[in-house]
Ligand binder design. Sequence first.
Ligand code: NAD
Length: 256
Amino acid sequence: MTLNGKTALITGSTSGIGLGIAQSLAKAGARIILNGFGDVEAAKDAIDACGVRAGYHGADLSDAGQIEEMMRYAEREFGGVDILINNAGIQHVSPIEHFPVEKWNAILAINLSSVFHTTRLALPSMRARNWGRIINIASVHGLVASKDKAAYVAAKHGVVGFTKTTALETAQTGITCNALCPGWVLTPLVQQQIDKRIAEGADPSDARETLLAEKQPSRAFVTPEQLGELTLFLCSEGAAQVRGAAWNMDGGWVAQ
Ligand code: NAD
């Protein structure tokens, strides 16, 4: 499959799942617009190594104004976005009574509202070309809950709902919108949760295994590369009638 001539914007693509998906799309020939904080140069180098054009915009996705600037940059420098991967996300683990209000607001803004903003701003040029792929990185927590993750679970269920509405509003066009719902993937976001458990007394020698055993029957992490492969399928013509799906890749998590 080739994505030559297409431009993909992947939010939160300086590490983890976003960077893995960006590399898969780049290897298939897409031009890549990166976003996120952290080691931007290493992320750019990884895309450059695929031989495609790489851009970067450092919008803070908690700010609608900065998202508007990022989408204007994509129009100006790349002629618009053909493939939009809404991936940026953060986590905070705490019981509801102690959940910091500012963490709630940040998780809702970055994990959910940013998806609305990028989508509303990408759709006009996708409609003009009558082609587009919008893939929202939700989570198994868009389908089922876990305790102490109120904001994340609420935001990810919201992303799954928003995905369905977007799919309906574009159903008679060449634009599709779907959500991916990964289980545990070993990224900085998950490593932080493992580190927190160790700080609270968990045994470091088997903290990863314990985390997996609680939820993921395969007892193996999903990988960014595997999510990249599924993304490539959803970008293909074979997936043109996959619309509004919430596709779990979770080692059996939600089958239980
Ligand atoms: P990660 O921490 O490696 O990556 C998160 C990315 O988002 C980084 O590039 C970071 O810089 C960026 N980001 C954070 N706040 C931002 C902001 N305000 N503005 C712009 N960018 C920002 O985490 P990850 O595990 O790769 O997570 C990626 C997505 O996958 C998230 O939406 C997460 O909820 C989802 N997810 C992860 C897992 C998992 O097990 N790791 C499972 C299911 C879903």
